[in-house]
Design a binder for this molecule. Structure first.
Ligand code: ATP
Ligand code: MG
Length: 398
């Protein structure tokens, strides 16, 4: 069986059952395609039946399941001393080659405190048994820095034994924090930003601005695949595609070239904030990062931020690109993100974009445009796609 441990949600006091149920629900959803194993919840842990055919699939799902601190594939055995000794030795011998000097220990935890022996006594007796039944001189007990650590968890009617503890992603179960709207481009950053919010318990919806007239549908194809990929971590979600060509043409024709990118971004923010409210989301998410490109200086971030009365979350704000890329690889979005397909922000790029745009100058520039009509038109022509739990589009609508 698999033992699943959650750490942080254990601290939530009276809300604990709410978090535990959410985690249990999410595990069932994630493992529906892995033979839908039975899931039970006892003693501050979740337990899943092991099905060897699905073992690797279950392992990869657990590695990226928000709320899971660590997990182990364990042997379920009878909790009497004779059985634990016999099985403990078998498990130990599988890992111990019998030829290399090895430091070891036994770590016991009693979930059932009525068990007749203390945890330390169980460890001592099991440890002595392993020691006596192994080639002489090769095993040494080392409590602080063991190479092999046999973990024993004693419950009322069974014991779980395992050597390895695998790390989960931590965070909080999906949906426990509320909904947010992520501005998703096909780049490396925004999918990682979405994941960071999912990891902290948010349900993330997506909005994508598309310049189909000048760039075709290549970027949309990427974004759709990215949103579907992300939906496996969080269940049902939506992807709203907003036509952006007319707005970009208007900005190109009426405004200062050096303001273009920041003005694009101001329109994106205002439109996204309206779509965010429509979906009853509590904030917006972007992949912005200080100083990464000209449009992401502190001045330009502020010039965009002031356009909306909404919380804008930027989980990558202070991260380095190498670390962002490492996460993109881990969650499996990197390969898609680096496919060649230009984003609308690269359309009509001036030679010298403003790196320190002033809000009053941008506002003056926008008086040359019919901002309201442009935004209303874009929203009227937006398309919302529902993404199912398994990532399949279930419905499309305006
Ligand atoms: P990314 O890798 O996420 O595209 P980036 O480093 O390329 O980010 P920008 O192109 O300046 O940076 O975009 C900054 C953020 O603005 C993106 O992370 C994303 O949240 C949002 N954004 C940019 N272009 C679009 C778009 N076409 N549709 C939706 N959001 C966008
Ligand atoms: Mg980009």
């Amino acid at each position: 069986m698999w033992i699943i441990r959650y750490a942080e949600i254990g601290l939530k006091g009276a809300n604990r059952p709410f978090f535990e149920k959410a985690l249990e629900r999410d595990i069932r959803r994630r493992l529906a395609n892995c033979g839908a194993p039975a899931v039970t919840r006892t003693h501050g842990r979740l337990w899943i039946a092991d099905e060897p055919a699905y073992r690797e699939q279950v392992r990869s799902a657990l590695q990226l399941l928000p709320g899971v601190q660590s997990f182990s594939l364990a042997h379920r055995v009878a909790n009497d001393m004779a059985t634990m000794k016999k099985r403990g030795l078998e498990i130990f011998r599988e890992a111990f080659d019998g030829e290399t000097p090895t430091r070891f220990r036994v770590t016991t935890r009693r979930a059932d405190k009525r068990y007749p022996m203390q945890s330390a006594e169980v460890s001592r007796e099991l440890g002595a048994h392993l020691f006596q039944n192994s080639p002489e001189g090769l095993l040494s007990v080392n409590l602080a820095n063991p190479e092999l650590n046999l973990h024993v968890e004693i419950h009322a009617d069974f014991a779980a034994m395992h050597l390895v503890i695998e790390r989960g992603t931590g965070g909080l179960p999906v949906g426990t924090a509320g909904k947010v709207m992520c501005l998703l481009s096909g780049g490396i950053d925004s999918p990682v930003a979405a994941w960071q919010m999912i990891r902290r318990g948010c349900k993330v919806h997506y909005v994508f601005f598309e310049n189909r007239t000048f760039l075709g549908r290549g970027a949309f194809d990427k974004v759709e695949r990215l949103a579907k990929h992300l939906s496996q971590f969080q269940g049902r979600t939506t992807l709203t595609t907003v036509p952006f060509s007319d707005i970009q043409v208007a900005i190109r024709d009426q405004c200062e070239p050096r303001h273009r990118v920041v003005l694009y971004r101001r329109f994106m923010y205002r439109i996204a904030a309206r779509i965010m409210r429509y979906h009853r989301c509590l904030g917006m998410v972007t992949g912005e990062n200080i100083g990464q490109v000209a449009s992401q200086t502190l001045e330009n971030l502020r010039a965009v931020d002031v356009t909306v009365n909404a919380c804008v979350y930027r989980p990558l704000l202070s991260m380095d690109k190498v670390d962002i890329i490492a996460i993109a690889r881990q969650i499996g979005t990197f390969e898609t993100s680096i496919e060649e397909a230009p984003d609308c922000c690269s359309v009509f790029l001036p030679k010298h974009p403003a790196t320190r745009a002033r809000v009053h100058e941008l506002e003056a520039d926008e008086t040359h445009l019919d901002v309201e009509t442009l935004e209303n038109e874009a929203i009227l022509n937006a398309e919302c796609m529902k993404l199912g739990t398994n990532g399949a589009p279930s419905e499309k609508g305006r």
